[in-house]
Design a protein around this ligand. Sequence first.
Ligand SMILES: Cc1cc2nc3c(=O)[nH]c(=O)nc-3n(C[C@H](O)[C@H](O)[C@H](O)COP(=O)(O)OP(=O)(O)OC[C@H]3O[C@@H](n4cnc5c(N)ncnc54)[C@H](O)[C@@H]3O)c2cc1C
Length: 330
Amino acid sequence: MGYRLPDRADMVRVWELKGQRPMKKEVGKGWPEQLRDLWSGEIEWHSPMARWCTLRVGGLARGVATPASLEELQSLLGVLARLDVTWRVIGRGSNLLVSEAGYDGVIVMLGRKFAAIDKLAGGKEVGPRLQVEAGCSLMKLVNWCSAQGLAGLEFAAGIPGSVGGAVVMNAGAWGKEMSEVLSSVTFLGRSGELLKRAKDDLAFTYRHLETEGMVVVAAEFLLQAGDRKAIDKRCGQFLRDRKEKQPRGLASAGSFFKNPPGLPAAGKLIQDAGLKGFRIGGAQVSEVHANFLVNIGSATAQDFLDLMGKVQEKVFERFGIRLEPEVHLL
Ligand SMILES: Cc1cc2nc3c(=O)[nH]c(=O)nc-3n(C[C@H](O)[C@H](O)[C@H](O)COP(=O)(O)OP(=O)(O)OC[C@H]3O[C@@H](n4cnc5c(N)ncnc54)[C@H](O)[C@@H]3O)c2cc1C
């Protein structure tokens, strides 16, 4: 893979190659037809977002496009810009709540076709480096590292989602987070340019990276050489701890609320507000871990929104603390 950062001239060529000259809207054709004419990648029309989100709720997206390469992604975003169509990039939808109204635009899904893992040459003196495409599943990366004897990412064992999503969310567990193992992130800017930013130039905070509206296309990880068996053991222990502490067999988006800084964890506040097991429609505060809002089978997105509001209200009434959702709302 190895992204070479192109100069502007290269970029213009990429866009022209795809036949994306400035265009007039064609009379009688809606944007979906025009998109279909101009972009040959995979798109599913009128696709239920419940299928793409781990909460298993959400209405229809007009289109869900799955580019299979950086070039396809670049050409897609170019066409969408020219057609003035709203879009949003997602990974595995494990931190997303999409409304019943769905999404009147194109969901761009970076999935398994955008998932290469490359070991980078050099840098031995500081540790092994990997470049990973954003659509790679985080679990696949953790397992790959474990098999290669690369230590550092064990904390991520059991976090569902893509590498791109994990970078944007600055996903973390057991006191560690993605920003600690990254050395740089490569973005695709809104006007089609690739930008590689060193970790020190990125604004990572708790469960957030400021992307300035850009798409994460790849991330570079700086890991340590380690003993395979020991790495495996640590991953196994983290997975067992998750099984013990988190609800199993029910759809969720993991921790629904951010932990308020310097205060008891959100789960503890929700539990102490007496909300464990509290339910609205098919959405419930988990009996196992109060910061997990789970779909007990028949939930709608509205049930989750109502439950979110109720939890915020009760925790505020009881402790004067306003819980902020960690889950992104769409
Ligand atoms: C059972 C369970 C356990 C979980 N445990 C944890 C945990 O321990 N720690 C933790 O931090 N999280 C946890 N999560 C939440 C979630 O898995 C993480 O936040 C994950 O990193 C989200 O990745 P994703 O690919 O699913 O992102 P998505 O949910 O698809 O997207 C999340 C946000 O990132 C944006 N985005 C996604 N990809 C890109 C991209 N390439 N470029 C730009 N923007 C992008 C989306 O637009 C959206 O705003 C858990 C979730 C579940 C269901």
